[in-house]
Design a protein around this ligand. Structure first.
Ligand code: HEC
Ligand code: CU
Length: 443
């Protein structure tokens, strides 16, 4: 696209009133068209009056400047028709602008009752988008052609969520919920979650989403992408996002969470001291806290994530936000494995299957079949599980791993999980271990 022809096109064709292009981002929501239209109406009224007034000024200067030998005459200082028209015409223009503006504003502020709700938690310096089934993602995924309502909150200071392509913006204020809604019109062409938003162009690889309220040092990195899913594929994405593949590496998952969930803002992997302690080589070490000497083990890590204020490392301030209710058991487990992997000489599993499955996921009901299959390779060598296991070892089917997992996985209710395990931090891991043990002995 030639920007210049684009520019002239949007200046001169009758469509400029709504043309996207050089001036604005694509119109990717149902609001965008009318907001741009109103913007251009105001712009062109301003251009018209600017040209009229400045043009007349210049013409009058040329015509009436004081020439030598010119005698001053009295000038008229009153003209009813003229004065009435320059008051009444702009009066109607301004009222018209108000009428449109107010109508659009009401529309923007009133989400339809059937809107799909997504919680947004803003914190220094990332957004977490939380879906009804408990999935939290660093990018905003929405279905196309369906009203979506965002419920915004902040864990620390005022942030503001802005999606230029949708023409919507709203502050995230600590201690208060604010809402924003939109209906996306155009599905995202393609999306690769591994490309960081800071390295992709405008509205490339998903629409841009910015924090637009200066919120401290990392403000400029507080960006994400909006992925608009074609109809039908959003539910599929949501379901997949909720499920870890038992054959994937917990450490890699942990590394992903470290990036996606903002741990990287405060914890380095190379030994550098940021707002929080580095994770490099920290596992298993003895450290001084305000509650005395501790060992950095699973319990301490889990506690630090859920209740950061419980013990504060010497030389650091208690600025870490709590992730209570925001990280599921499997996510905490993955982060623990990741932190472990950063200590040389610490053994970490290659896959979830090696530790008896994904904590809180390999539940009976719907995923029963998968769970059993996943467990099979670990539990024995050659037997066919279909013929043997149900008959010989019922415990393997009602596997202990399934029970502690059930509430979270079945209901998709992420919020209950951390509490459940909070008193005995490494419970899930132990139980998974047990499950594995049971499977092995049973087989
Ligand atoms: C705003 C900055 C910030 C963010 C974001 C943050 N932390 Fe922290 N974290 C800290 C600070 C500061 C400490 C040290 C003080 C304390 O113990 O509370 C800490 C301590 C920890 C500790 C204890 C480590 C040790 O060696 O003492 C763990 C584990 C931890 N954080 C995990 C996480 C995880 C996991 C995330 C992301 C999900 C995260 N943190 C996000 C600031 C942060
Ligand atoms: Cu911000």
């Amino acid at each position: 696209m030639n920007p210049l022809s684009n520019l002239t096109a949007s200046l001169w064709t009758p469509a400029p009133l709504a043309a996207p292009g050089v001036w604005f981002r694509d119109q990717a929501s149902t609001f965008a068209g009318q907001i741009d239209w109103l913007f251009y109406v105001i712009l062109w009224i301003c251009v018209f009056f600017f040209v009229l007034i400045v043009g007349m000024m210049i013409a009058f200067i040329g015509r009436y400047y004081a020439r030598p030998g010119h005698n001053e005459e009295s000038t008229p200082h009153h003209n009813n028709v003229l004065e009435a028209s320059w008051s009444i015409i702009p009066g109607f223009l301004v009222l018209g602008i108000f009428g449109f503006g107010f109508t659009y504003y009401l529309e923007l502020r009133t989400p339809p009752a059937d809107a799909y709700e997504i919680n947004v938690i803003a914190k220094k310096w990332n957004f977490a988008f939380q879906y009804p089934n408990g999935v939290i993602d660093a990018n905003l995924h929405v279905p196309v052609d369906r009203p979506v309502k965002l419920i915004l909150s902040s864990d620390d200071v005022i942030h503001s969520l802005y999606i230029p392509a949708f023409r919507v913006k709203c502050d995230c204020v600590p201690g208060r919920y604010s809402t924003l809604w939109f209906e996306a019109k155009t599905p995202t062409a393609s999306f690769d979650p591994d490309r960081p938003p800071s390295e992709t162009g405008s509205d490339e690889n998903g629409y841009d989403l910015f924090c637009t309220e200066y919120c401290g040092q990392g403000h400029s990195t507080m960006i994400a992408k909006v992925v608009v899913h074609e109809s039908g594929t959003f539910e599929q994405w949501l379901e997949e996002a909720n499920k870890y593949d038992p054959s994937e590496s917990p450490v890699e998952r942990g590394a992903q969470l470290y990036k996606d969930r903002g741990c990287s803002q405060c914890h380095s992997l190379d030994g550098a001291k940021l707002a929080g302690p580095t994770w490099k080589g920290t596992y298993g070490t003895q450290q001084a806290t305000n509650k005395g000497q501790i060992t950095v083990d699973e319990n301490y890590i889990r506690e630090s994530i859920l209740e950061p204020m419980a013990k504060i490392r010497e030389g650091y301030q208690g600025v870490m936000p709590s992730y209570q209710g925001q990280l599921k058991d499997k996510e905490i487990a993955a982060l623990i494995y990741f932190i472990k992997s950063l200590q040389e000489g610490t053994e970490v599993p290659d896959t979830w299957t090696d530790v008896g499955g994904v904590p809180g996921q390999d539940a009976p009901d719907s995923e029963g079949a998968n769970g059993a299959e996943a467990a099979a390779p670990a539990s024995d060598s050659g037997d066919s599980p279909a013929t043997d296991s149900p008959a010989t070892d019922p415990p393997a089917d009602d596997s202990p791993a399934a029970d502690p997992a059930a509430p979270g996985a079945a209901a998709g209710d992420g919020e209950d999980q951390p509490e459940e395990g909070a008193d005995q931090p490494s419970a899930v891991e132990d139980e998974s271990g047990d499950a594995n043990q049971t499977n092995r002995t049973a087989a």
